[in-house]
Structures are given as structure tokens and as C-alpha cells.
Design a protein around this ligand. Structure first.
Ligand code: AMP
Ligand code: ZN
Length: 479
């Protein structure tokens, strides 16, 4: 087995990974902000974390993995107020949708799923500690962190502190990223906003303090690994370090891992570009959960992932090829004995697979090892030269592959039911067709003909023909 190496944003280098306590890994992941359905970019990051935890487990490490749900922040408060409901009521639907999405994508449950709103007391204790250590100041009922007092500020993101204005404050959870500013640990309530009554005053926590308090509560003062998408490195993770280390005087996190973003057809995913997808959007178009998981996992996490429908189609065939080979291995009857050299081939493939994942989770290299092996073994089988005595080793190799990639089980229909789809290949329902037709109309209205043609083609591929009527409306029928 190879030494596990991980890229640490803190050092900017790939480093050998060794947990603080041999055999045990404490890991924290910033979970979703549950103000809406998560999109496939978010799942790129969550699938990366799942591949990481599964690989560490395959290598015999025992994991204590904590993922939080950010169920209080500016956007949640605003949306809940607009909907006229409490924040618990507002977020519950998206929390449940997130859990269902994770099951659908075979993302394992971490050892602890926790909600920010269940840990307000822990956040208050941490803020009091920061007050005692004189890292804070109060202003108009809010409490701010004074970043000039923390000498190491900027060590993670290498943000430029030269333009910093002493005392410049920011109250938003997510602010413009061009400059570092004192951030709110605790915010005074605005009229109509949800608030808590606590020993440090009435109000609510800032976003950054949530993660520091929860991570240290479950994992102790020093964590082995902390993960998130690259956009969280600054200011969120920088602020987490500032808060935690100013409170404890100890190193907060030993390895910081950040996933690069997912782009769609080379562009940033956004609602206005019409290229913004949730899982539900893709499954409504007939794609399978296993194909999406494969597509998200196949690009190493530190490379941007350019999501395309072609890529998703290729992922569908890749999963198919692996499942066919697994079925062949299981169902065909081969002559007794061993094929000369086959044991060696399996061993080399397994070694290359481990080498890939050990090298900062190079999933592309690991998958190449699997596909090379499958191609060779299929050829040997086609020639009638594969032997029964080699089945067990080949199956074990694929089994280990699947402990990490989790795509071999033919259960897409069941997975789809988890998130309320009929499942299987039953074709598009009327509502799904109407939705795509509306999407195409919207694309035409903004004169994005490439997008509208794409939807038309997609519908055609799925047996639906569109007819544009004279009065500018659209009729559709099944082929
Ligand atoms: P949020 O719900 O906004 O806090 O984001 C949840 C996770 O998704 C965070 O780790 C983000 O960094 C990550 N994320 C957001 N957008 C993208 C994207 N386009 N590609 C990959 N990860 C993303
Ligand atoms: Zn966080």
C-alpha cells in the first residue's frame, strides 16, 4: 500500500497524511446552507468528501466525521420571513431534501449530522472565551472579531492584509472577497428577525462561529481534516481558524482540503444562464443517480469539473460497462484452474488503484486502473481463456473499488424513489415534459438558441416531438 498524500491548503503542498491519533481520523465538513435545494456543484464537493471518507476507511482508518447543516444565516432568515414561517419550519423541507439527495447519490452518512440551531449555547461559550481573551469588541448590540489582533490572520487563504482598515466591520455572513474585515460573531436582531436570548445578549450567531464551535465540540481542539469547497477558504475558513486558535491557543486543523468548483459547459452555474441544475432536474431528464455520482467523482477534486451532458452520457456507459463485467464475473462459468498471469494483473491493477487514490485522491488514475483491467479481462474472457480460479481475486478488486466509488449495485430505480421519482426508464411524465418545454421557451425568450436547441434535442432523444405553432405556442407529442 502507498503512503496517503493529501494537498493541504495551509501549506500549499501535497503532504503525507498521518492522523494525530494513530488509526483514528477526526474530520469536519461544512455542510449545506439549507435555504434552497442543493445544486450539482454542491454535490461535487459532497461526493469528493464521501470518496475521501470511504478511501480512508478502506485503508483501515476509523473515522469520526462531522457534517453540519447551516440552518441559520442571512438568506435563511430573509427567506423564512418572506414565507411568513419560522426558520425551523422553513429549513426542514430542504434538510429532508438534502438527506434524500445524499442517499440517492450513495453519500454515506457521517458519524454526526448536526444542526447549527441545536448548538447556540456552544457558540455563546466560545464567544465568551474570545471576549475573555480580548479578541472582540461590541458595537450596536453586535459583537465583532478584531482580526488585527490575530497575528496569523490570512495564513490559510494568503489573503492580502495590506489594505486592511482597522475597525472596518462587516455584518453579512457572506461578503465581498476582496478585503479582510472584522466580522460579526454575534449579531443584534433586526426587527422581525428570529433571535435567541443568551448571556451575551439577544441576537443570533454569525455563520463562521457556528463551525468553530461545533467542530471543536465533537472533535476536540485540533482536527485532522477540515473540508469544503474552494470558495469557503476565505473568509469562512480563515475566520474559523482565527476564532478557534484565539480561543484555545492550539492549532485548529492539521489538513485543510478544498474542492475546486463545478462549471457547466465551461461557464459558472447560475439561474440566469439557465444552466443551474439540482439532482431533481437531471433525474427528470432521465439520467441515473449512479451516472451522476460517477461523473462527479471521476475528475480529481482539485481540478475544476466541467459538467456536460456528453460527460454524463459517457459516465452512464462507464457504469454500464463495469456492471456488465461484474455480472459476467458472477454468472459465467469458466474452466477450472488459473490463467497464467491473471493473478499478477489483478495485483497490479489493485496497486495502481491504491497509488491513484493515495496520491491526493487522484480518482482519474484510480479509475484508469480499473478500466484497463476490465478491458484486459474481458478480452481474456472473450478468448475463452479466463479461469474460475481467478474469479475471487478479480471480484475482490472490484469490491474494493466499489467500497469507494459505490456505483456497481444496480439500484438506480430504488435510489430515484428515495427522492420521489417513479424510477426506472418509464419515460418522461407529462409534468416533466411541460417543465422542459417551459425551459426551452424561456431560453428562446432570452434568445439563447443553443440552450433551446439542446432542450429540443434532449426531448427528441427521449421520444418527444415539439411543434411550434403559428401563435408562438408549443405543442408536444410522443413519437
Ligand atoms: P453552501 O450550501 O453554499 O454553504 O455550499 C455547500 C458546499 O458546496 C460548500 O462546500 C461550497 O463550497 C460548495 N460549492 C458551492 N458551489 C459550488 C460549485 N459550483 N462547485 C463545487 N462546490 C460548490
Ligand atoms: Zn463551515
Amino acid at each position: 500500500m502507498h503512503q496517503i498524500q493529501l494537498h493541504n491548503t495551509l501549506s500549499g503542498k501535497v503532504e503525507p497524511f498521518a492522523p494525530l491519533r494513530p488509526g483514528h481520523v477526526g474530520m469536519y465538513t461544512c455542510g449545506p446552507t439549507v435555504y434552497d435545494y442543493a445544486h450539482i456543484g454542491n454535490y461535487r464537493t459532497f461526493v469528493f468528501q464521501d470518496i475521501l471518507r470511504r478511501f480512508l476507511k478502506l485503508r483501515g482508518l476509523k473515522l469520526n466525521h462531522v457534517m453540519n447543516l447551516t440552518d441559520v444565516d442571512d438568506r435563511i432568515i430573509a427567506n423564512a420571513a418572506a414565507a411568513g414561517v419560522g426558520i425551523r419550519e422553513y429549513t426542514e423541507k430542504f434538510v429532508q431534501a438534502f438527506f434524500a439527495d445524499c442517499r440517492t447519490l450513495s453519500i454515506e452518512s457521517p458519524e454526526h449530522w448536526i444542526r447549527a440551531t441545536d448548538h447556540i449555547d456552544d457558540m455563546v461559550v466560545l464567544i465568551r472565551k474570545l471576549q475573555e481573551n480580548t479578541y472582540t469588541y461590541a458595537s450596536e448590540g453586535s459583537i465583532y472579531y478584531r482580526i488585527t489582533k490575530f497575528r496569523d490572520y490570512g495564513k490559510l487563504s494568503k489573503v492580502d492584509l495590506s489594505g486592511i482598515q482597522a475597525g472596518a466591520r462587516v455584518d453579512n455572513d457572506r461578503y465581498e472577497k476582496e478585503s479582510a474585515r472584522d466580522f460579526a460573531l454575534w449579531k443584534a436582531p433586526k426587527p422581525g428577525e428570529h433571535f435567541w436570548e443568551t448571556p451575551i445578549g439577544v441576537g443570533r450567531p454569525g455563520w463562521h462561529i457556528e463551525c468553530s464551535a461545533m467542530a471543536m465540540k465533537y472533535l476536540g481542539e485540533t482536527l485532522d481534516i477540515h473540508t469544503g469547497g474552494i470558495d469557503l477558504a476565505f473568509p469562512h475558513h480563515e475566520n474559523e481558524i482565527a476564532q478557534s486558535e484565539a480561543a484555545t491557543g492550539k492549532q485548529f486543523v492539521r489538513y485543510w482540503l478544498h474542492a475546486e468548483h463545478l462549471l457547466v459547459e465551461g461557464e459558472k452555474m447560475s439561474k440566469s444562464l439557465g444552466n443551474f441544475f439540482t439532482l431533481r432536474d437531471l433525474f427528470a431528464k432521465g439520467y441515473k443517480p449512479s451516472a451522476l455520482r460517477f461523473a462527479l467523482a471521476s475528475v480529481p477534486y482539485r481540478r475544476q469539473l466541467n459538467f456536460t451532458f456528453d460527460g454524463l452520457q459517457q459516465a452512464t456507459s462507464s457504469v454500464e460497462r463495469l456492471r456488465n463485467f461484474t455480472a459476467r464475473l458472477k454468472n459465467e462459468k469458466f474452466p477450472a484452474g488459473n490463467q497464467p498471469g491473471m493473478a499478477e494483473r489483478v495485483k497490479n491493477a489493485a496497486d495502481e488503484f491504491d497509488a491513484g487514490l493515495s496520491d491526493d485522491l487522484n480518482t482519474a488514475q484510480a479509475l484508469a486502473a480499473v478500466f484497463d483491467f476490465v478491458r484486459e479481462a474481458n478480452t481474456v474472457m472473450d478468448k475463452g481463456e479466463f479461469r474460475q480460479g481467478d474469479v475471487a481475486a478479480a471480484a475482490e478488486f472490484l469490491g474494493n473499488f466499489d467500497k469507494v466509488f459505490a456505483v456497481l449495485e444496480d439500484n438506480d430505480g430504488e435510489k430515484l424513489k428515495v427522492i420521489g421519482f417513479g424510477g426506472g426508464d418509464a419515460g418522461l411524465g407529462d409534468a416533466e415534459i411541460e417543465k422542459l418545454v417551459a425551459e426551452r421557451q424561456a431560453a428562446r425568450a432570452r434568445r439563447d438558441f443553443a440552450a433551446s436547441d439542446r432542450v429540443r434535442k434532449e426531448l427528441l432523444d427521449r421520444g418527444i416531438i415539439l411543434e411550434d405553432t403559428k401563435d408562438g405556442k408549443v405543442r408536444w407529442k410522443r413519437k
